[in-house]
Structures are given as structure tokens and as C-alpha cells.
Design a protein around this ligand. Structure first.
Ligand SMILES: Nc1nc2c(c(=O)[nH]1)N[C@H]1C(S)=C(S)[C@@H](COP(=O)(O)O)O[C@H]1N2
Ligand SMILES: [Mo]
Length: 527
């Protein structure tokens, strides 16, 4: 009796394993077929993309911060992985359930498909046809589930019956199941691979970008003065190379916009509605300017800031043509994938270099930085100004409309707060005794930095040497030589003043809702 019950337990576990395998393979078939067909549609038709993007949109601010703080720009990788684990668990459960009741299992799959359908249809720019890949994929997945579980159900004796003899037919049907599973798994792998190759080959954005020759600007960026780079080894490069530029966005899959069909619609509280094509932008009188972008999620001492030479068309001139009507105080810019930013109208009308950018450091915008066109606005955090893959500008009011992050608990306005950081020595670095070089960056976009001070251990504040200033819209480097640093552990703190003489805020504040504050400090050891 005891022996038999452990035998049947073993059998039960084997059955669970086989059921789970059937569920996993069926889910593989569902997603592979759906993604393969989705390659012929836009990215919203991909169930994986739309479910992930919907999840991102519902991520609360604290979780977004946690994800950025913990995983940095790998946050999307982590999201995809977690989604994969959840999907695998759910499909394994459905597979096990199918052995008891195929109907309930199919109902479960149907319910998951329904949730995915809602995610797809509510994405920006989605139409009913975008449901087709999911529909066909789900049909294929359900068929696979039935196909696989039937070959298991025909096998008697595996579900706790009293039978003790070897089950006739069990071995062949198990072999049948394995053959069927392997075949379907193969189909799923081929379809999945085919889908990804196909969607890569349909990426016209990349091909267009590679062939694009940027026009030269009418107003060139002022050449960088000698000495913008502080003379300290290890300080951040003054101009951030494109491939090192921080990337923050809600896009799970980088949007691929075709410049041939790209159009910017300018509408709302305007006298003239406009539609601007990429070709028109290329033929316009462009400006070029160094601007330091900063993310509101940057923590004190963090690295979510980057400096580039941008090429673009002044937003001031776009708005001069559209002619905002009285009462308007905001421009809501929206991307192809539904992100939006609320930029105060006066900021786009004054003389700063706010632009529709098409070039970054002498190249067309990289795809992940907004190709073909993004906004760049000196002095505002990215979440209220730097819309990438921009397709729509609505002139409106703060009372009427809110941007993506504002409706998720962040502020509506986002002027960049004065900040400074120590970059050298590295935190917890060990430095040989003698001359210790200290250096870093400070920024107060649209105002400029007038002074940086450092404090060693708990001593008096001392003035650091400022590197040359490129413009008030860029960060400014600073350095300090400590000639006779004694051995031991030391602390260095930094603080900056803007050109109005205003001192950077000392009180520690977290990034939400409108940007972190506090003086940065690090510890290091002189050996
Ligand atoms: N379409 C789109 N544009 C966007 C975002 C986004 O999520 N989607 N994020 C904004 C934020 S919060 C920042 S800080 C900047 C970052 O620009 P970068 O990725 O080029 O550094 O882009 C802004 N533009
Ligand atoms: Mo940001």
C-alpha cells in the first residue's frame, strides 16, 4: 500500500511535469505565431510589446524609481525577463489544468488572450486589425494545447488509478506525446526566429538613417572653447558620445518611424494648423547648439545627464507659423508610442535654443534617441520637454491637459535644478599619497554656473577652479588639487552657484515629484 502510494505520487508528479510542458509549448506556439504575423503590422500588434508597454504605463512612480535605481538602463531587460517568467508559470498551470479539464484550460488561455487584446487595443495608434496576430496566435496555441493534452489523456493509469500493472499503451502514448511536443516546439522556434528576422528586415528607419546626409546648419554651434574639459583624468567627457548617452523612455521596443511618411501635426489653440514633413525640416534653416539634457529621475551625484551638439529647427519658428491663440500656456508634445510632455509655452517662445532636433553630435538622431525627430529644450527636465519620436504638438493649457508623467504623480512643470557632482576620485576609491586631483561637473541650464565650492572632511568651503564655459545651457566642469592629503579616509562635498548667485539647494529631496536636491559627497582613501 505504502509503496503503491509513493509510486502513484511519482506518477502524479510526472503527469504535472508533462502537463506543464504541454502548456509551455502551447504558449510558445501562441506567441511565436502571433509575433510572426505581427511583423507585418505595426509594433502595437505584437502581444509581447503591447502587454509590456501597458505594464510600463501602469508602473507607479516609486516602482519606476526603484527600477531605474536598481537596474539602471537595464530596467527593460528585467521587465521582459519577469514577464517571461510570469507567462511561463501561467502557461504551465494551464497545461496541467488541461489534463483535468481541457475546457477550463482553454477558458484560461482565452482569458489571458482577452487581457492581451485589451493591452493591444488601448495602445496609441492601435486599430482593430492589430488584434489579428493575437487572434491567429491564440487559435494556434489552443489547438496545440488540445493536440498535446489529448495524447496524454488517452493514456490510462497516470492519474492515481488503482492500477498497479504496467499500463498498456502508456509507453507508446508518452513517446507520441514527446514526438508531438518536439515537433510543435520546433515549429514555435522556427516561427519565432522567422518573426524576428522579418521585423528586423522591415526596419526601414535604420536603412534610411544609415543613408541620410544631414544638411549643414545656417547657424553653426559656437566652437567649444579651449579648456572646457577639466584637467583631471577620469572626469566625464564634456561632449557625451552618442553610444554613451543615457537613455530613458517608456518604449519597450524602440519605435521605428519612416521619415518618408513622418509628419508633425501642430494643432490646438493655434490660428494655423500645420503639418511638417521630414523633407521640409531638412530644407529649413537649421540651428546647432550644445545642450545638456537631464532626467528628473537623476539622484544626487547620479549620471542621468548627457551633453550633445544638437542640430534642429527652432520651435519658436514653428510656433510663429502656427500662431498660438490667447490663453494658451502649454505645448503638449506626443510621441508615436503615446508618451507625452507638457512644455510651458513661454519657454518655447523665448530666445533659448528649443528645437525639433534631427541631429546629435554630427549624426542623424540614433533610433533610441528619437529618430527621426525629437524635441530638445534647454533648462527643462526631459519628462516635460525632450519628446523623442515626436509626431504631434498640441497648443493647449495646463488646466486642460497633462503630460505622461504628470498624470502619474510627477509635476507638470519641470525646470532643471542646479546640481553638481564629484566624479573624481570615485566613491570609495584608493589614491596614493601625494597630490590628489578632484573634479566633476555642475549644471544650471539657461542660467550657467558661476562658482563651485568643495569641502574636504569638515573643513571650510574652498573655491574650485572652473573649466571654460561652453554655454549657459551646458554643464560646466570644475577641478581642485589637494596638495598634501594625509593618509586616511576623507570626504569631499561639492556645491554650485548659478550666475544669479543662487546657491544649489542643500536639503536632500528625492527625484519625485520635480527633481532631487542635496549636495553630493563621496568618501575616498589616501594610502
Ligand atoms: N517618446 C518618449 N520621449 C521621451 C521619453 C519617453 O519615455 N518617451 N522620456 C523622456 C525623458 S524622462 C527623458 S529624461 C529624455 C531622455 O532622453 P534620452 O533617452 O535621449 O537621453 O527623453 C524624454 N523623451
Ligand atoms: Mo527623464
Amino acid at each position: 500500500m505504502g509503496k503503491r502510494s509513493t509510486e502513484s505520487k511519482k506518477q502524479d508528479w510526472r503527469t504535472v511535469g508533462v502537463g506543464a510542458l504541454a502548456g509551455l509549448i502551447s504558449a510558445g506556439v501562441l506567441f511565436a505565431i502571433a509575433e510572426l504575423i505581427a511583423a507585418f503590422f505595426g509594433p502595437v500588434a505584437s502581444p509581447l510589446t503591447s502587454v509590456g508597454s501597458t505594464f510600463i504605463d501602469f508602473t507607479p512612480a516609486w516602482m519606476k524609481n526603484f527600477a531605474i535605481a536598481t537596474f539602471g538602463t537595464n530596467d527593460k531587460m528585467v521587465l521582459l525577463l519577469s514577464m517571461g517568467i510570469v507567462a511561463a508559470l501561467l502557461s504551465a498551470v494551464a497545461g496541467v489544468v488541461a489534463l483535468k479539464s481541457l475546457r477550463i484550460a482553454m477558458g484560461m488561455v482565452g482569458a489571458f488572450a482577452l487581457v492581451m487584446a485589451v493591452c493591444i487595443i488601448t495602445r496609441a495608434g492601435a486599430g482593430p486589425f492589430d488584434l489579428l496576430p493575437l487572434l491567429v496566435g491564440t487559435a494556434a496555441g489552443l489547438w496545440a494545447l488540445r493536440f498535446l493534452s489529448q495524447s496524454l489523456l488517452t493514456q490510462p493509469g497516470t492519474r492515481g488509478t488503482e492500477q498497479t500493472d504496467p499500463v498498456p499503451g502508456a509507453a507508446p502514448s508518452r513517446r507520441m506525446f514527446l514526438i508531438k511536443s518536439a515537433t510543435l516546439a520546433g515549429v514555435a522556434i522556427v516561427a519565432g526566429f522567422g518573426g524576428s528576422v522579418l521585423s528586423a528586415s522591415r526596419n526601414t528607419a535604420r536603412a534610411f538613417r544609415d543613408a541620410l546626409k544631414l544638411p549643414s546648419p545656417k547657424i553653426k554651434a559656437a566652437p567649444l572653447p579651449v579648456g572646457v574639459q577639466a584637467p583631471v583624468d577620469g572626469v566625464t567627457p564634456f561632449v557625451t558620445p552618442n553610444e554613451d548617452f543615457y537613455r530613458i523612455d517608456t518604449a519597450l521596443i524602440v519605435p521605428e518611424l519612416d521619415p518618408e511618411t513622418w509628419e508633425l501635426r501642430v494643432h490646438g489653440m493655434v490660428e494655423e494648423e500645420l503639418r511638417i514633413t521630414f523633407d521640409e525640416l531638412l530644407k529649413s534653416e537649421l540651428i546647432e547648439s550644445h545642450v545638456t539634457l537631464t532626467c528628473v529621475s537623476n539622484v544626487v551625484g547620479g549620471n542621468l545627464a548627457g551633453n550633445a551638439k544638437w542640430l534642429g529647427f527652432p520651435l519658436r519658428e514653428v510656433l510663429a507659423r502656427a500662431k498660438p491663440t490667447a490663453g494658451a500656456d502649454m505645448v503638449l508634445s506626443t510621441s508615436s508610442d503615446g508618451f507625452s510632455a507638457s512644455t510651458p509655452l513661454p519657454v518655447l517662445l523665448d530666445d533659448r535654443d528649443a528645437m525639433l532636433a534631427i541631429g546629435m553630435n554630427g549624426e542623424p538622431l540614433p533610433l533610441e534617441h528619437g529618430f527621426p525627430v525629437r524635441m530638445v529644450v534647454p533648462g527643462l527636465y526631459g519628462f516635460v520637454s525632450a519628446t523623442k519620436w515626436v509626431v504631434d504638438l498640441e497648443v493647449t493649457t495646463f488646466a486642460e491637459k497633462a503630460g505622461y508623467w504628470t498624470s502619474r504623480g510627477w509635476s507638470s512643470h519641470g525646470p532643471i535644478k542646479t546640481a553638481s557632482r564629484v566624479e573624481v576620485p570615485r566613491a570609495f576609491g584608493r589614491i596614493p599619497a601625494g597630490k590628489v586631483s578632484i573634479g566633476g561637473s555642475a549644471w544650471a541650464q539657461t542660467k550657467g554656473i558661476s562658482k563651485v565650492e568643495i569641502q574636504l572632511d569638515d573643513g571650510a568651503w574652498q573655491e574650485a577652479t572652473l573649466a571654460a564655459e561652453a554655454s549657459i545651457d551646458t554643464w560646466r566642469q570644475w577641478s581642485f588639487i589637494w596638495n598634501d592629503a594625509p593618509a586616511g579616509t576623507h570626504k569631499v562635498r561639492v556645491r554650485a552657484y548659478d550666475t544669479g548667485g543662487e546657491l544649489q539647494i542643500e536639503d536632500q529631496a528625492p527625484p519625485e515629484p520635480d527633481g532631487s536636491t542635496g549636495w553630493h559627497s563621496i568618501n575616498f582613501t589616501v594610502t
